[in-house]
Design a protein around this ligand. Structure first.
Ligand code: ATP
Length: 220
């Protein structure tokens, strides 16, 4: 079995920035599969966010028919906020011998030393940093040390070991964010071409990001 990609997010909603990144990594790293893992509803966050069931339905609609893309509901089933290290431990129980590749964006990587039990993460998985072309990797501090020790330029290392390497990969940058997509829909505009059409249909039919009455009155 090839490595398993682990792609967590709020997916509120899922858009082509997520999907293109996942697809490029699936191909470039020769992954067996890419698991999309929507996070639970954080109790401390305010609503304009779609509830878990709707975010799940949108991810399901987005990835349908794409070989290798898998919806993984474990964080939602567990409920509440999940630490990445716990999600990886749970995946490790299911896939004892597989290589796990945790995908994180450049911004998240820069904050890695603040994550709960961050060093444990590399005991459980490789880290794949999806970065912008031209971005310079940190060469100082904890991350500088980590890269000096763990960085590999070889995809085969992700296949031959189960965890512990850091692989940095430039993905095509699509400047789309869920925050902007939600704002656009609330403003009454059409999100067409920012996401697969079934996701757009779901959003329009469920009204999950619809403009609230007070916004429309404000816009008049
Ligand atoms: P929000 O705007 O609500 O913060 P988001 O668009 O960043 O949402 P998330 O669900 O928080 O989406 O992101 C999940 C993962 O996808 C993160 O690792 C994030 O870095 C990555 N990601 C989000 N948008 C893009 C994009 N346009 N291109 C590449 N990766 C992305």
């Amino acid at each position: 079995m090839g490595p398993i990609g682990v792609f967590g997010g709020t997916f509120d909603p899922i858009h082509y920035g997520h999907l293109r990144t996942a697809f490029e990594l699936l191909q470039a790293l020769e992954l067996d599969q890419m698991r999309f893992i929507p996070c639970g509803d954080p109790p401390h966050r305010a609503t304009p966010m779609a509830p878990a069931g709707e975010r799940l339905a949108m991810v399901r609609a987005a990835i349908e028919g794409q070989t290798g893309f898998v919806l993984d509901e474990r964080e939602l089933r567990r409920g509440g906020p999940s630490y990445t290290v716990d999600t990886l431990a749970s995946l490790r129980e299911d896939f004892a011998d597989a290589s796990l590749c945790l995908v994180i964006g450049m911004d998240a990587f820069l904050g890695l030393p603040k994550w709960h039990e961050w060093r444990e993460i590399l005991q459980l998985a490789h880290i794949v940093v999806a970065h912008r072309p031209g971005w310079r990797a940190p060469d100082m501090g904890a991350l500088g040390e980590l890269l000096a020790e763990r960085r590999t330029a070889h995809v085969r290392d992700l296949h031959e070991t189960r965890a512990g390497a850091v692989y940095v990969y430039a993905v095509t940058q699509l400047e789309i964010s869920s925050t902007e997509v939600r704002a656009l829909i609330r403003a009454g505009r059409d999100p067409r071409f920012l996401m697969p059409d079934p996701v757009r249909q779901y959003i329009l039919e469920s009204g999950c990001y619809a403009a609230k009455e007070e916004d429309l009155q404000h816009a008049k």
